[in-house]
Structures are given as structure tokens and as C-alpha cells.
Write a protein that binds this ligand. Structure first.
Ligand SMILES: Nc1ncnc2c1ncn2[C@@H]1O[C@H](COP(=O)(O)OP(=O)(O)OP(=O)(O)O)[C@@H](O)[C@H]1O
Length: 203
């Protein structure tokens, strides 16, 4: 077990609880979809899982040395820097030599089908390539848990399908992947779903 939620929910600033209390374990190799209408608390739950936000109710248990990486909804990168540079950065941050960091970054790019875009500047990547680059960068940080917020929201059908396939592959690599999504296709590629639809009304 990597993370366990015990009767976790959240209310901002003394307001209403966003979703009914959740009790569930999360293990390696799982790919969990967090679903629900807009405002149901998907991003909030991701932030709780990532440890960025303490829930207003319930308890979160996290395995020792559980490394979490957050992949944001909007790909963010540095114009003028190559795809390879973006993935090498978290590896360099661990103290690796540049040659070693670039070799390993190349492997992550390859895994995500981005080998051909390795030397392309960030701003020339397509939406799908940029989203996959964010996943490659997240992986390069060697996390146990990859938290992914709406990875396919901005993508066309075909590119979204590519990203969904990649997410499934990551979970198969013994990571825990938790993905907030509105997409039925993304949900279908997950091993289970946490539906926040039965949220508590504000009245
Ligand atoms: N820091 C905050 N302070 C107060 N309220 C917040 C804060 N962050 C989010 N909220 C509110 O909490 C509710 C849930 O937000 P959240 O972003 O978790 O929903 P979501 O399900 O991810 O929505 P979407 O699908 O639109 O991304 C919303 O009503 C939002 O306005």
C-alpha cells in the first residue's frame, strides 16, 4: 500500500464538504480515475493525495519515502529549451552528470514515443507531444505516485488516445497513477474509478 485514505473529505474555509468521505487504499500498479462533474473536488482530492493539501476531515497514510509527482493540466515548459533538456533537468537535479542525465532522458522520451522530438524546442511541440513530455519529465523524477490532472482535456481524440495508452503503460510499470478526468476514454483505460458525483449538496 502506498497511500491510504481514511474517511477523507474536504471543505474550504468552513464551507460544505465537497464529496462524501472516502476510505480506500492505493497500491502500485493501479491506475485510478477520479471522476465527477466540474467543481466536485477532483483537483482537491489530487492535492490531498499529493500531500499539498491537508484534508479538513479524515486521515491520509503515506508509505515511507513515497515520492509524488504532479503533472499539471497545462503543459509548462521553457521556450527555446529542447524536449531532452526538459526531461534531463530532474535527473541533473539528483546530481547526475549531464551525459548520464541526457542518456536516461533519451530513454524516457523513447518510452513516451518522443524520440523524434528530442531536440525540438518546447514551443514547437504539438499539444499531445507537450503533454507526453510532461509525463516523461514526471517519470524522470522517479516518483512512486504520478498524479495527473485532466491530461487529455486540451487534446483531439487521436492524441488523447495516445496519452491514455501511455498512462496505462506507466501504471503497468509499477507506479501508482491517479488521474482526474472527464474523459470516458481515459476512465476506460483505468483499473478503477473513484466517482465524486455523489457529492454533498451545499444546502
Ligand atoms: N483554494 C481554494 N479555496 C476555496 N475554494 C476552492 C479552492 N480550490 C478549489 N475551491 C473550490 O472547491 C470546489 C472544487 O474544486 P476542484 O478544482 O477540486 O474541482 P474539480 O472537480 O477539479 O473541477 P474541474 O473539473 O472544473 O477541474 C470548487 O467549487 C472550487 O471553486
Amino acid at each position: 500500500m502506498l497511500i491510504r485514505l481514511d474517511r477523507v473529505t474536504h471543505a474550504f474555509n468552513g464551507g460544505h464538504e465537497l464529496f462524501q468521505p472516502i476510505t480506500t487504499p492505493f497500491a502500485r500498479g493501479e491506475m485510478v480515475a477520479v471522476t465527477g462533474r466540474s467543481g466536485s473536488g477532483k483537483s482537491t482530492l489530487l492535492a490531498i493525495l499529493a500531500g499539498y493539501l491537508a484534508p479538513s476531515a479524515g486521515a491520509v497514510q503515506r508509505g515511507e519515502d513515497c515520492r509524488v509527482c504532479w503533472v499539471a493540466q497545462q503543459p509548462r515548459g521553457v521556450a527555446g529549451r529542447s524536449a531532452l533538456d526538459h526531461v534531463a533537468l530532474p535527473i541533473l537535479a539528483t546530481g547526475a552528470r549531464r551525459s548520464e542525465a541526457e542518456r536516461r532522458a533519451g530513454e524516457f522520451l523513447d518510452q513516451l514515443g518522443l524520440s523524434d522530438a528530442s531536440s525540438q524546442p518546447f514551443e514547437t511541440l504539438s499539444g499531445g507531444q507537450a503533454q507526453r513530455l510532461m509525463l516523461a519529465q514526471g517519470l524522470a523524477a522517479a516518483p512512486d505516485v504520478l498524479v495527473v490532472d485532466e491530461p487529455t482535456a486540451q487534446l483531439d481524440h487521436r492524441t488523447a488516445a495516445e496519452v491514455d495508452a501511455v498512462l496505462g503503460m506507466l501504471a503497468a510499470a509499477e507506479l501508482l497513477v491517479v488521474v482526474a478526468t472527464h474523459s470516458p476514454a481515459t476512465r476506460a483505460s483505468c483499473s478503477r474509478e473513484l466517482a465524486l458525483d455523489h457529492s454533498i449538496p451545499s444546502e
